[in-house]
Each structure stands twice: as structure tokens, then as C-alpha cells.
Design a protein around this ligand. Structure first.
Ligand code: BJW
Ligand code: ZN
Length: 245
């Protein structure tokens, strides 16, 4: 806790587990994970979209409606509060659900895009699609006739350049790097904790299951993000009060 309190620069990277307590399914958990039910090769690759845009469109429409019914949980709120309390804090997420922003996090580096944004699969023109006017099939771009797709990052696609370089930059400069609710299996996001650790940060993993990207010297807090992050926040406030005395 004192490391967190004295750190000039804290970075948090979140994954699907941070939204699990909001009822949003993770990807790789046995039984409850999306990939236990659906084949990623048929839904989360550019090839799948080219083969069957309407199937991919319908799956993402379902995912969007799920997250829009969900509410941010204590983990999202604690991270928004950490940004207000710490002198320098960067929040990076792999999630596409927008729950950090809805919990009050003003600046979020989104590595894998957003379920609420769309663009043309060919010319990349952004297209606004309000939830209440969500068409049942993938619409066609007025500029080039390409299919409109969710603005998320599928397997085999590059991550948005600015987000990726901001994330690695933050990881290299962090003194404390919190890795929360991610299996640590998907690259390049999984490398952020390793890069941060090698650059000298104290890396803390918050997860009920040990993630795959732990390095020697990392701290592992075994438990749910919605329980552990409010405790971290409360301890931070106590340490602050003790120091003020
Ligand atoms: C809790 C909890 C609670 C539960 N509290 N915790 C190097 C080596 C090997 C492979 C590769 C490599 N480099 C690249 C690759 C290929 C690939 C990859 O990583 N594959 C691996 C799976 C093997 N990577 C890519 O293809 C990436 N692109 C790329 O590298 O491009 C290079 C390139 C450059 C130039 C030109 C062209 C290409 C892109 C990756 C895109 C990932 N996309 C997805 C879908 C996004 C859209 C959507 O939502 O549909 O992103 S896949 C999915 O995985 C999603 C997630 O953001 C991502 C990470 O998952 P996450 O968040 O970790 O979730 P889970 O389910 O895995 O884990 C949840 C965790 O929560 C668990 O640990 C639970 O225990 C925990 N949990 N309850 C706290 N209450
Ligand atoms: Zn287009």
C-alpha cells in the first residue's frame, strides 16, 4: 500500500474480469465465458466478418444490448476514484463495454475498441449507430459500399496505434502497475505487465485465478476486482490520513 501511496505514476490495465460482477461475460472462463459457447474464429476475425457480416453483426448487437443493460460495479467506481486521488494515473482497458466511462473515468485508453462505435470495413469511415436505431443486418457504407462493422479489434488485426503506444509508454513509466481481471493470454496487451515489471514497476495482479503473464516479483491478490479494489482505495485513504497526522 505504501508503494501505491508514494508512487508518482500508477497504471491500471483491465480485462473482462473487471466487468464480470456487472454480469458481462468474460471470454475464456470455462462454462460462463463467451468462447465456451461461441467460436472466436467465426465471430471475432476479419475473415469471419467477410464470410458472414450479418452473423457477426447480430452477435455484436446482442453483446451491445447486454452491456447497455449492465451497470458499472464497485471495481469500475474504485478505478474512477483512484484517478481522482492519485497524482498521475493512467487507465488502460482491453474491454469494449464502456463501463469505465460510465463509472466516471474520464480518460481511458481503449486497446480493443468499443462496442458502441462503428466504421466501414473497407474505407474506415466512422458511422454513428444509436442503440435504439440498431439495424438487424450490417448496413452498407454510403461512400464505398463496404459493410459497416463494430469498431473493435479482432484477432490478427493491429491495435489502434495511438492507444498502443500510449499504453506501452505508460507501462514503461509506471511505478505501480495494476493488472486487473485479465487472463494475460492475449497479446500485445499481455506484454504490458512484463514490460512494466522489467522497467522497474511493482506489478500487482487482481484476479480469482492466477493469470498467465505473471513475472517473478509480481504480487498476486487472489479475489474479485469488485471486492479487492474498494479495499485498496480504502487503505489508500487510511494511509493518507495517517501521513497527514
Ligand atoms: C475476474 C473476475 C472478477 C473473472 N474479478 N477478475 C504473440 C504470441 C501468441 C499470439 C500472438 C502474439 N501476438 C499476437 C498474437 C495473436 C493474437 C493473440 O494474442 N492470440 C492469443 C490468444 C494466442 N493477438 C492478436 O491477434 C492481436 N493483434 C495483433 O497482435 O496484431 C498484430 C498485427 C500487427 C500489424 C498488422 C496486423 C497484425 C489482436 C487481439 C484482439 C483481441 N480481441 C478480443 C475481442 C475484442 C472484441 C470483442 O469484445 O469481441 O479482445 S479477444 C478477447 O480477449 C477480447 C479481450 O479484450 C481479450 C482479452 O481477454 P481478457 O480480458 O483477458 O478476458 P479473459 O476471458 O481471457 O479473462 C478474464 C479474466 O478475468 C480471467 O483471468 C478470470 O479469472 C478473471 N475474472 N471474474 C477479477 N470478478
Ligand atoms: Zn466505406
Amino acid at each position: 500500500m505504501s508503494a501505491l501511496r508514494s508512487a508518482q505514476f500508477v497504471v491500471a490495465l483491465t480485462g473482462a474480469g473487471v466487468s464480470a460482477e456487472s454480469g458481462v461475460p468474460t471470454f475464456r472462463q470455462a462454462q460462463t465465458g463467451l468462447w465456451a459457447q461461441f467460436d472466436p474464429a467465426e465471430l471475432a476475425t476479419p475473415e469471419a466478418f467477410a464470410r458472414n457480416p450479418d452473423r457477426v453483426w447480430a452477435w455484436y448487437a446482442w453483446r451491445r444490448s447486454l452491456v447497455e443493460q449492465a451497470e458499472p460495479n464497485p471495481a469500475h467506481r474504485a478505478l474512477a476514484e483512484l484517478a481522482r486521488r492519485l497524482p498521475r494515473f493512467t487507465l488502460i482497458t482491453q474491454n469494449v463495454d464502456g463501463l469505465h466511462q460510465r463509472a466516471g473515468s474520464a480518460e481511458v485508453i481503449e486497446l480493443h475498441g468499443s462496442l458502441q462505435r462503428y466504421r466501414c470495413a473497407i474505407c474506415a469511415t466512422p458511422v454513428a449507430i444509436p442503440a435504439e436505431a440498431h439495424p438487424p443486418r450490417s448496413p452498407v457504407c454510403v461512400r464505398c459500399g463496404g459493410h459497416i462493422r463494430p469498431d473493435v479489434v479482432w484477432f490478427g488485426e493491429p491495435l489502434p496505434e495511438a492507444a498502443l503506444s500510449a499504453a506501452f509508454d505508460a507501462a514503461r513509466r509506471a511505478q505501480v502497475f495494476l493488472s486487473i481481471g485479465t487472463s494475460g493470454l492475449v497479446e500485445p496487451a499481455a506484454s504490458l505487465a512484463r514490460v512494466s515489471s522489467r522497467a522497474g514497476a511493482l506489478v500487482v495482479h487482481v484476479n480469482p485465478e492466477q493469470p498467465a503473464n505473471m513475472s517473478a516479483g509480481d504480487i498476486y491478490l487472489c479475489g474479485r476486482a469488485g471486492e479487492i479494489l474498494p479495499i485498496i482505495l480504502a487503505r489508500l485513504a487510511e494511509v493518507g490520513q495517517e501521513n497527514a497526522r
